[in-house]
Design a protein around this ligand. Structure first.
Ligand SMILES: Cc1cc2nc3c(=O)[nH]c(=O)nc-3n(C[C@H](O)[C@H](O)[C@H](O)COP(=O)(O)OP(=O)(O)OC[C@H]3O[C@@H](n4cnc5c(N)ncnc54)[C@H](O)[C@@H]3O)c2cc1C
Length: 399
């Protein structure tokens, strides 16, 4: 008798384990196979940018080993296997080491890769980026190897760059933050909130090099020198790149699946190939009116995991995304940001009561499209979120 085919999930990040958990709650019998190029341990990735101040190393951030996850999920978990092919017609995937796995349904939870700046110089290869627990382990090793506080240059003052800056100085290190924009968090936050963050950092060993970019990283003895486009140079022990992520679409592309910035999925999380789903950092979600967006955050992937898990268990369930604020883990200044959709036109308007800043992004029709808060509380975030939802519903009714 032939064995029923398993549901296969490729990847072992929060998206993969999110789907696996949701699926197993509803379906206790179908075989579940999780295949990942890493060692498939489970960890909360957002912790990577605030673990230094807490003194946590990579092992302490690992919540469960692959074996523990396999037992919890009643799944087979294969780590260290890179999936290189998908044959949607045959319903098989193939690995770099020549193995083939047949699936009933396939879930791609492949994540994203750090964007590498085109840097010159013999130190360019030494630039680190942290998008995985193993990357964090490398950063910890580099910091510990110095035996003294490190001079860290961070390329990129977006969400991740700012969080690492804050975490590194809290951990006793010195930071230089480089960004082409004139202010940190430029793509996400109101100017008033960026200014408030800069003010909160003023007493800390954080040097801002804004309005310029790194062009060369060269070695100087055991250290590095970062040459900037404005002609200045920064001495560093460690250079950390945080300039953004690129969704992992190559595997899907080579199998003929529809891709744009991410792997294109419909409201049910289905890709353009039958029986193949995607979610998390690799996916491009439908956002209504035929639009799509990558959403490299935890909240959307948890919503997608719940819906796809239910669909795979036999109840077709659409992914219902909701607007959510991203909590920026900068301990120096608590921020929550719900930026307007990319390409929105309008202006930030803010109220500063001397203690807290509340900023709203308002479009030409007076509709609130985004917001940002300092010193936020759940109640305040929810109130602003409700305002945003209401404005969207109103805009929908008008449109
Ligand atoms: C430092 C940092 C801080 C963050 N902070 C926050 C935060 O505060 N709030 C928030 O909402 N979001 C935050 N995020 C984003 C959030 O953590 C991510 O959106 C989420 O973890 C992505 O999960 P994922 O499973 O899609 O991808 P990943 O965690 O990248 O997992 C991808 C998996 O796929 C595997 N894989 C890839 N290709 C293959 C292949 N070909 N074959 C086999 N396996 C493969 C990888 O080994 C990996 O296991 C942060 C991200 C970072 C980097």
């Amino acid at each position: 008798m032939t064995q029923p085919l398993p549901v296969i999930i490729v990847g072992a990040g929060m998206a993969a384990y999110g789907v696996a958990r949701e699926f197993r709650k509803l379906d206790k019998t179908t075989a579940l196979l999780i295949v990942s190029s890493d060692q498939a341990g489970a960890y909360a990735k957002p912790m990577l940018s605030n673990a230094l101040a807490m003194g946590k190393d990579a092992a302490q951030l690992l919540s469960h080993s692959a074996a523990q996850m396999a037992a919890t999920l009643d799944a087979t978990i294969v780590g260290g296997v890179d999936i290189t092919t998908i044959d949607p017609a045959a319903r098989t995937i193939g690995s770099a080491d020549g193995r083939s796995f047949a699936y009933r349904d396939l879930v791609l939870a492949l994540g994203a890769s750090p964007i590498r700046l085109p840097l010159g110089g013999d130190g360019a290869a030494a630039v680190l980026s942290v998008n995985h627990l193993d990357d964090y382990a490398l950063l910890r090793t580099a910091l510990a190897g110095l035996g003294r506080p490190a001079r860290v240059t961070i390329l990129g003052a977006g969400l991740i760059g700012c969080e690492f800056a804050d975490d590194l100085v809290a951990g006793g290190h010195q930071v230089t933050l480089v960004d082409p924009h004139p202010r940190p968090l430029a793509a996400l936050a109101a100017p008033a909130l960026s200014a408030a963050l800069v003010a909160a950092w003023a007493p800390l060993p954080i040097t801002l090099k804004l309005g310029t970019t790194a062009s060369v990283v060269r070695r100087q003895g055991a250290a590095l020198v970062v040459e900037l486009a404005d002609g200045s140079a920064v001495d560093a022990d460690i250079v950390l790149s945080a300039v953004g992520l690129r969704p992992a679409i190559a595997l899907a592309q080579s199998a003929g699946l529809a891709t744009a910035r991410g792997i294109v999925i419909d409201p049910f999380g289905r890709t353009s190939a039958a029986h193949v789903y995607a979610l998390g950092d690799c996916a491009e979600y439908r956002t209504g009116a035929g639009g799509g967006a990558v959403m490299p955050y935890v909240a959307p992937l948890l919503l997608a995991a719940r819906a796809i898990g239910a669909t795979l268990a036999g109840t077709p369930t659409p992914i219902v995304l909701r607007n959510d604020a991203v909590v920026v883990k900068t301990a120096s200044l608590k921020l929550a940001l719900a930026p307007p959709p990319a390409g929105s036109t309008g202006a930030w308007i803010h109220v500063d009561d001397g203690e807290r800043i509340v900023a709203r992004f308002v479009d030409g029709a007076g509709i609130v499209r985004g917001f940002g808060l300092s010193l936020h509380t759940p109640a305040l975030r929810n109130a602003l979120m409700a305002e945003l939802d209401q404005a969207h519903q109103g805009a929908g009714a008008q449109g």
